[in-house]
Design a protein around this ligand. Structure first.
Ligand code: HDD
Length: 689
């Protein structure tokens, strides 16, 4: 996928990492084994409980029944208070260039070092069983199992946050979650309490712009950016520090679904994003993300018109470029969702030497919250011993006991300092690898206050708006209108219109249309700055792993197998959809396996549609009325559509952007290439405007 580094990938992509090897010790395969109780007793009966007579009562004595039932009764653990619905995968990270000048972190020194990782992607507001494609921020949490201990980069797919101080996080989460009196709505921000929060907490304005944009509707976890959000610190061997922001850039580019599609997908395939990630890894199309850093010197802290400690601000890439320093490849699906994805415990405070914090008040609060939440979620202080959470670095300390302790610590000593064990385990000085906190100088009175430098809530919201293409702007306006349309209290709708007039009066005026609100009276932000990097129109465009629905029936013409081979060659996935499952036969006798019946397939599950040629094939397709809606819906979602010869009779338009038609006797190769180009373009927006 990324030519420059594909060789090193090929070498590493199927190798077992040290974490894989560690996990293998805990992996059990029941295949072909005898059934036992948890005590290892082989059982002879697993269908009938022990009864006093065939029709009599079940006996207390049936220890196997009681053990099986008790375990079942306790299978669930509390879901995460936020980010409850997630999906994870294993992989590895490798550097392109040494970052020695900036950080002493060992995993960032040597491009030949392979660091195992586990990534968990998530939605934020919904429960564990909610749909994947809701409008929401996506979590992007990475655990690097480094030689120096675990490093967790617990980020999101948006570079800013709703609030500036962790003190406000519970309030924000209460507002966006289902309302407490009736637990409605599930996984939606489109309700009164969320928008009431926004109306009364103007620091949310920038993040709300992102949340209302297409960034909230990722086509795939493989096609979204990741951000560490906060400003962190890199510290090198000499103790010199740089401020740093972390980025993940998807090799496939950043792409989104459209709103109507996401809502339909929530019903048709609530696991759409999960399935996509699983299938991609399963078929060897390993998701790749390049790792980028923005760095500034400590002496540059006050050089900008925003405060670098404010998590509602980005560092525009045009001012502080993103330096791409490495790549992460996800190459292994989990063996067990619960054991791995559910039990993994992230924490922004899991750092390694060379990476340190700043005084961002949101980050500071997070440093408390994550361990705290694992205590109730995972049932005690020993969650670091769960296989997925174990570092590959050795663990030796004087912490002891507690629920579910697995380690058997030997000897009488569990305290520091001691004489009996020669004062071990012993701290290691920073020069020899021990973690030392950055010796930042701090001074000040104890106050419950926020710096004036955090008070500009609108300039960067305007920067985001100004950077959008007209299509993206229209989507943002529609998102506001949809969400506010669900808000019952008129005064909240009006407050939002008035609030966003501070961002841009055109935006607020457009939102106001159709909401029964009074158009804004204020004139909007003075900022006309823009940052092209923020527009998804400028992203990487590749056809790789895009999924094409191939509508075909018996009697398809010879061009079809040729074009399918060409698409597959270009890394595109093709799946035949036909009225009936089984095999269809072409005009010249060639056969194609049908993957989906028309009944079970929908255009929202695909990136593009190809209609086969052949009068017979077309008339067979038309026996299902749904086929016309299938193509029409793909068209309405701006997807590339192609047809061979008579297949064009099924298209809602004979020509236009993203419509590729092969006339009779046309070279199928040219047709195939034009379709591949249309697929790479992702969507064809001129159909709207
Ligand atoms: Fe958080 C989970 C990301 C602010 C408290 N958060 C969680 C996860 C991600 C983030 C990706 C899921 C991790 C996983 O997959 O297990 N959170 C963020 C980002 C934030 C942020 C990027 C802002 C920059 N979070 C934030 C604040 C607090 C929390 C301000 C509280 C002070 N977050 C939590 C939590 C969670 C969590 C309650 C729930 C489950 C968990 O931690 O393990 O502690």
């Amino acid at each position: 996928m990324d030519n420059s580094n594909s060789n090193s990938n090929a070498n590493n992509s199927n190798k077992k990492t040290s974490k894989d090897q560690q996990l293998e010790q805990f992996t059990v395969d029941n295949d072909g084994k005898n059934l036992t109780t948890n005590q290892g007793l082989t059982v002879s009966e697993d269908e009938h409980s022990l009864k006093a007579g065939e029709r009599g009562p079940t006996l207390m004595e049936d220890f196997h029944f009681r053990e099986k039932m008790t375990h079942f009764d306790h299978e669930r653990i509390p879901e995460r208070i936020v980010h409850a619905r997630g999906f994870g995968a294993h992989g590895y990270f490798q550097l392109y260039e040494s970052m020695k000048d900036y950080t002493k972190a060992k995993f960032l020194q040597d491009p030949s070092v392979v660091t195992p990782v586990f990534v968990r992607f998530s939605t934020v507001a919904g429960s564990r069983g909610s749909a994947d494609t809701v409008r929401d921020v996506r979590g992007f949490a990475t655990k690097f199992y480094t030689e120096e201990g675990n490093y967790d980069l617990v980020g999101n797919n948006m570079p800013v946050f709703f609030v500036q101080d962790a003190m406000k996080f519970p309030d924000f989460v209460h507002a966006v979650k289902p309302e407490p009196h009736n637990e409605i709505p599930q996984a939606q921000s489109a309700h009164d309490t969320f928008w009431d929060f926004v109306a009364n907490n103007t620091e949310s304005a920038h993040m709300v712009m992102w949340a209302m944009s297409d960034r909230s509707l990722p086509r795939s976890f493989r096609m979204m950016e990741g951000f560490g959000v906060h400003t962190f610190r890199f510290v090198n061997e000499e103790g010199k520090a740089h401020f740093v922001k972390f980025h993940w850039k998807p090799v496939l580019g950043t792409h989104s679904l459209v709103w109507d599609e996401t809502q339909k997908l929530a019903g048709k395939d609530p696991d759409f994003n999960r399935r996509d990630l699983w299938d991609a890894i399963d078929t060897g199309n390993y998701p790749e993300f390049e790792f980028g850093v923005q760095m500034i010197g400590e002496d540059e802290e006050f050089n900008f018109d925003f405060d670098i400690l404010d998590p509602t601000k980005i560092w525009p890439e045009e001012i502080i470029p993103v330096r791409i320093i490495g790549k992460m490849t996800l190459n292994r699906n989990t063996d067990n969702f619960f054991a791995e994805t559910e039990q993994i415990a992230f924490h922004p405070g899991h750092v390694v030497p060379g990476i340190d914090f700043t005084n961002d008040p949101l980050l500071q609060g997070r440093l408390f919250s994550y361990t705290d939440t694992q205590l109730s979620r995972l049932g005690g202080p020993n969650f670091h011993e769960i296989p997925i959470n174990r570092p590959i670095a050795p663990v030796h300390n004087n912490q002891r006991d507690g629920m579910h302790r697995m380690t058997i610590n030997k000897g009488p000593v569990s305290y520091h300092k001691n004489g009996i064990a020669g004062n071990t385990p012993k701290p290691v000085p920073a020069e020899r690898g021990g973690y030392e906190h950055y010796t930042e100088k701090v001074e000040g009175r104890k106050v419950q206050a926020r710096s004036d430098s955090f008070k500009d809530h609108f300039s960067q919201a305007a920067l985001f708006w100004n950077s959008m293409s007209e299509v993206e702007k229209q989507h943002i306006v529609s998102a506001f209108q949809f969400e506010l349309g669900k808000v019952q209290r008129k005064e909240i709708r009006q407050q939002i219109v008035d609030l966003f007039a501070n961002v841009d009066s055109e935006l607020a005026t457009r939102i106001s249309e159709g909401l029964g609100t009074i158009p804004p009276q204020t004139s909007g932000s003075a900022s006309k700055d823009s940052s092209p990097a923020l527009s998804m129109m400028n992203t990487v465009k590749l056809p790789l792993t895009r999924k094409v629905a191939v509508l075909a029936g018996n009697g398809f013409t010879d061009e079809l197998p040729f074009v399918l081979a060409q698409l597959q060659q270009a890394g595109i996935i093709t799946e035949v959809v036909s009225p009936k499952l089984g095999v269809i036969t072409g005009k010249s006798g060639g056969e194609l396996e049908v993957k989906h019946s028309l009944l079970g397939a929908d255009s929202v599950l695909f990136d593009a549609v190809l209609v086969a040629g052949g009068a017979l094939s077309v008339s067979e397709l038309l026996t299902e009325q749904k086929v016309l809606d299938f193509v029409k819906e793909a068209y309405q979602h701006f997807k590339p559509i192609a047809a061979i010869a008579e297949g064009m009779n099924l298209l809602p338009a004979a020509s236009g952007e993203g419509i590729v038609v092969a006339q009779e006797n046309e070279d199928p190769k040219l047709f195939g290439q034009a379709f591949i180009d249309a697929i790479a373009a992702h969507r064809h927006w001129s159909r709207t405007i």
